[in-house]
Design a protein around this ligand. Structure first.
Ligand code: IDC
Length: 342
């Protein structure tokens, strides 16, 4: 009887001990990202992006292709997958201004449709704990001043709509080009930023830099005198190699907060060979410096930068095998960094 009692006490002791010392099995870690209660509103501190608690946060995610070309990927299930399965914490909504039913080149109905699609995108991002970048995607209209008035009214409307959202970032000119100088871009930014700030006082605003967002040194030499501004650096790994990484490093060293709002694993045409070696060099640098990055692009176009195989037509529920060479590489990059990879 006494032995039984001793045994029972021993068992209870062991049970208590096991509860105390056996660590809880970690649950699958979701992407660290937008959650209003935790990460919330972002701010810029030096070259770093910080969350509301002051922790450095790196955003990693994907860009849509042009919203007019591929509207179908803007759906709740896809965005949920991006967060839960891919481990992304940001999505970029690329709204062209000129090309193919661009916001400034299409009909007024097209303008309404695009605006509605952007709003859907922001909603799906918000519902799925993603930060979201609203991208005014200038390209063939190389000078952002070409559509300055339209940009001001568009961003005013967006900022009014999203003044209480803490997950919306504004990218006011994708890639200035055609010889547009930094001083022209800067003066454009100084017109658009107040339109945003009128409603959304301290949201992050990302400004493109000269020569397809590669001449970050120009901005570093004469930055915009405003809080919470970041500067775009874009690269396509097959074309932009060590020389552009060196340029990025020196811009960071001089204190310029960079955001890679677009990069491709291919050459600058968005096509050609996927250069994994150069892509890995880039990702290592960006991780090391805690620079955020967004990959081009979430679509199944028959071009090698597309994340999805051109033979796959579904717009959500994608498996790794549905992805292109670039897609598989990037899916693994994201999942690993979000702690989702096996
Ligand atoms: C490309 C698309 C391509 C589309 C073209 C339109 O991949 O399908 O026909 O735009 O002109 C950028 C631009 C981005 C480009 C991409 C690849 O921001 O719009 O997309 N790129 O060329 N800058 C460097 C490369």
């Amino acid at each position: 009887m006494k032995k039984m009692k001793e045994l029972a006490i021993l068992c209870i002791f062991c049970l208590v001990l096991s509860l105390v010392i056996i660590p809880e099995k970690p649950a699958v870690q979701a992407a660290s990202g937008y959650k209003d209660a935790t990460s919330g509103a972002l701010h810029v501190d030096g070259t770093k992006l910080k969350d509301k608690k002051g922790n450095t946060i790196q955003l990693r995610g994907v860009s849509t292709h042009g919203l007019s070309w591929f509207p179908g990927y803007v759906n709740n299930k896809m965005f949920k997958d991006l967060h839960d399965k891919w481990g992304a914490n940001v999505v970029r909504l690329a709204m062209y201004t000129e090309e193919y039913n661009g916001y400034c080149s299409g009909s007024s109905q097209n303008k309404k449709d695009l605006k509605a699609l952007v709003k859907k995108g922001v909603k799906y991002a918000t519902d799925n704990d993603l930060y979201v970048i609203i991208d005014w995607h200038i390209l063939s209209d190389g000078n952002p001043k070409t559509h300055r008035k339209a940009a001001i009214s568009f961003f005013k409307e967006m900022a009014k709509e999203y003044k209480n959202n803490t997950n919306v970032l504004y990218e006011i000119c994708n890639e200035p080009n055609g010889g547009t100088s930094w001083s022209t871009i800067k003066s454009y930014a100084e017109d658009v930023i107040p339109a945003i700030r009128k409603y959304d006082k301290d949201a992050i605003v990302i400004v493109g830099t000269p020569t397809w967002s590669q001449d970050v040194g120009r901005a570093a030499a004469n930055p915009i005198d405003e809080d919470n501004i970041m500067y775009s650096l874009h690269f396509y790994a097959g074309t932009h190699k060590k020389w552009l990484r060196d340029r990025a490093k020196s811009a960071l060293e001089s204190g310029l907060p960079l955001f890679v709002t677009e990069f491709g694993t291919t050459d600058a045409s968005g096509n050609g060979t996927v250069n994994k070696t150069q892509s890995n060099y880039w990702i290592n640098l960006l991780d090391n410096k805690k620079v955020s990055y967004v990959n081009w692009s979430l679509c199944n176009k028959n071009e090698s930068s597309a994340l999805i195989k051109s033979s796959v037509s579904k717009t959500s529920g994608l498996n790794r095998s549905n992805l292109s060479t670039s897609g598989k590489w990037y899916y693994d990059v994201l999942r690993k960094r979000a702690g989702l990879a096996k």
